[in-house]
Design a protein around this ligand. Structure first.
Ligand code: ATP
Length: 134
């Protein structure tokens, strides 16, 4: 029986609230895994893919940074943006990728382009596409 609760919350909504058996999350210092009985933990998250297991089935979600807290058999993910993989709009992510590519190209010949911002947009787009299996 599942003994771990997973909640994924963004500023807009509760993306997921469910009992799980395992969570794997993209921490800024690398991936980390949580099973029931994990010690308390607070860490920042990077742009990446969160995996959660229910029974013997794995599910994934896109996470765009934020924080994770583990306490009392509950994993709370407070993300800037998050989507379950099946809810990712692939066309939107393709367009975001194309825009980021354009900006990064432009930055080579023009000042005033925020390269870090474009790189982060690119990372979000590529990770969304990966989470959606594209
Ligand atoms: P875009 O340029 O398409 O807005 P973005 O990476 O700048 O992409 P975010 O700032 O990460 O977007 O997210 C803004 C909101 O839009 C969030 O609520 C996020 O969940 C949602 N969102 C962004 N891209 C997608 C997508 N491809 N599929 C589903 N939801 C998305």
């Amino acid at each position: 029986m599942a003994a771990l609760r997973l909640e994924i919350v963004t500023p807009d909504q509760v993306v997921l609230s469910t009992d799980v058996d395992y969570v794997g999350a993209p921490g800024v210092d690398g991936e980390f895994g949580v099973l029931a009985g994990h010690i308390p933990l607070l860490t920042a998250l990077s742009i990446g893919i969160l995996v959660y297991r229910i029974g013997n089935k794995d599910y994934t979600a896109f996470i765009a940074g934020g924080f994770a807290e583990v306490a009392d058999n509950k994993v709370s993910i407070l993300a800037q943006a998050a989507e379950l993989s099946e809810n990712i709009d692939v066309e939107r992510a393709e367009k975001a990728k194309a825009r980021a590519e354009e900006r990064l190209q432009l930055a080579k010949q023009q000042d005033g382009i925020d390269v870090v911002r474009a790189e982060n947009a690119m990372k979000r787009a590529l990770t969304r596409l990966r989470a959606a299996g594209k």
